[in-house]
Design a protein around this ligand. Structure first.
Ligand SMILES: Cc1cc2nc3c(=O)[nH]c(=O)nc-3n(C[C@H](O)[C@H](O)[C@H](O)COP(=O)(O)OP(=O)(O)OC[C@H]3O[C@@H](n4cnc5c(N)ncnc54)[C@H](O)[C@@H]3O)c2cc1C
Length: 377
């Protein structure tokens, strides 16, 4: 199965598509797939040139797997040989426990994004990478590529341009509200000998100042992703802050020394609004909690999978902003609570290690471990 096929230059983009999707991460590609599959003329644009690297733990939750399969992207997903992760191993304050979970898929994030964009093309979307989109005040979108530009007045604009997106920078009312306690995201993919602990486990090392997660890829490399307090990085430097988290969690392997980390900004943030006029915002571009429970991709994918009725009504001139925002909040409410509780616990090593010591001796309660994972939207 082929990788992504960018369909040409700005010349191949129709003058006024019914839907223009900005950003070809999982959220944008799923939105483009759903819209194109329903027969809407759909263009998907991406600022980076594919393949591109993205800081991510690369673990796809069961809800995201199911949503991809339901919208016709299952074959593309399975073509990159994701590895099922059947356990979540938590380490804190020297204690550890391994909890059985409904399988997450461990996958190469760069390859996932490539095949999902290719999937959108399979379903009829036009895809163009290397194109920067900027939404103007009249809802027209300026598309720029290598010194050329195109003014595009789409029927609707779907903003899926992630945490570092720039498409809304000229629009009022879409500012980010950033939590000042928010951790910084770090990621890397490393060559690393197989450890008994991590063949089918997502391993999380938790401490007061952050956490470091790992999962194994099909080719044997290890995906490492971390969320570290900004204060700890300022005080100890990135390597020092990471070493400290490992030490405090009880991981003395020193396997993360001298990694070339790639960083992203402060993670915990939310847009002042999720929709306006002809614009719908979703995925990381709308809201981000924290990556500890590995749900970011699934939140974007599940939201994008539900986009069609809203898009249709918007194209008919209806105001869908309230309904779109209400549904987004409903979808996130429960998961945010689970995520915040787990993140809060991860920063209290004594309490967590006490819980892990108890869990280490007893079989974990099925209900509790199921609540940990996002199984359905
Ligand atoms: C450390 C860390 C670990 C994580 N681990 C996990 C995990 O294990 N599991 C999980 O599910 N999630 C995880 N996440 C979260 C996950 O990476 C995100 O939730 C996910 O990438 C969101 O997808 P998206 O499509 O909304 O945005 P993105 O993947 O960020 O895609 C947005 C795209 O828009 C493009 N873009 C930006 N501006 C423009 C523009 N003006 N014009 C055109 N294109 C533009 C960007 O180049 C980018 O490709 C993690 C995040 C971090 C930081």
């Amino acid at each position: 199965m082929g990788a992504v096929m960018s369909t040409g230059t700005l010349n191949t983009i129709p003058d006024s598509p019914q839907a223009l999707v900005i950003g070809a991460g999982p959220t944008g590609s799923v939105a483009a797939t759903v819209l194109a599959r329903a027969g809407l003329s759909t263009v998907l644009v991406e600022r980076a040139n594919f393949p591109r690297r993205k800081v991510c733990g690369g673990c796809l939750a069961p809800a995201g797997i199911r949503a991809l399969e339901a919208c016709g992207l299952g074959e593309r997903l399975h073509s990159i040989d994701p590895i099922p992760m059947r356990h979540l191993r938590l380490q804190s304050g020297g204690a550890a426990s391994s909890l059985p979970i409904e399988p997450y898929y461990s996958l190469d994030r760069g390859r996932l994004d490539e095949v999902l964009a290719a999937g959108a093309v399979d379903h009829g979307a036009i895809f163009q990478d290397g194109v920067r989109a900027t939404i103007k005040h009249d809802d027209h979108v300026l598309l720029e590529q290598g010194g050329h530009s195109l003014d595009c007045p789409p029927g609707i604009v779907v903003v899926a341009d992630g945490l570092a997106g720039t498409s809304l920078r000229e629009r009022d009312g879409f500012d980010w509200v950033i939590n000042d306690q928010s951790p910084i995201g770090l990621g890397a993919v490393i060559e690393c000998p197989l450890d008994d602990d991590d063949d089918d486990s997502i391993v999380m090392r938790c401490s007061k100042t952050g956490y470091i997660g790992t999962s194994r890829l099909g080719d044997g490399r290890l995906v490492v992703a971390a969320a570290v307090s900004a204060e700890a990085i300022k005080r100890d430097g990135t390597q020092g802050a990471v070493a400290r988290i490992c030490r405090e969690a009880g991981d003395h392997s020193r396997r993360f020394e001298n990694i070339q980390w790639k960083g992203v900004g402060q993670l915990t943030r939310q847009r002042a609004r999720f929709a306006q006029g002809r614009i719908l915002v979703l995925g990381d571009a709308a809201r981000y909690v924290e990556p500890l429970t590995g749900e970011g991709m699934s939140w974007g994918i599940c939201r994008a999978a539900d986009i069609l009725p809203h898009a249709r009504r918007m194209l008919e001139g209806e105001d869908v902003c309230e309904g779109w925002t209400r549904e987004a909040n409903r979808m996130l409410r429960t998961r945010r609570l689970v995520c915040r509780t787990i993140c809060g616990l991860s920063r209290r090593p004594r309490t967590l290690s006490l819980i892990l010591n108890i869990l280490g001796e007893r079989p974990p309660i099925g209900w509790a471990t199921r609540r940990l994972c996002w199984s359905s939207s």
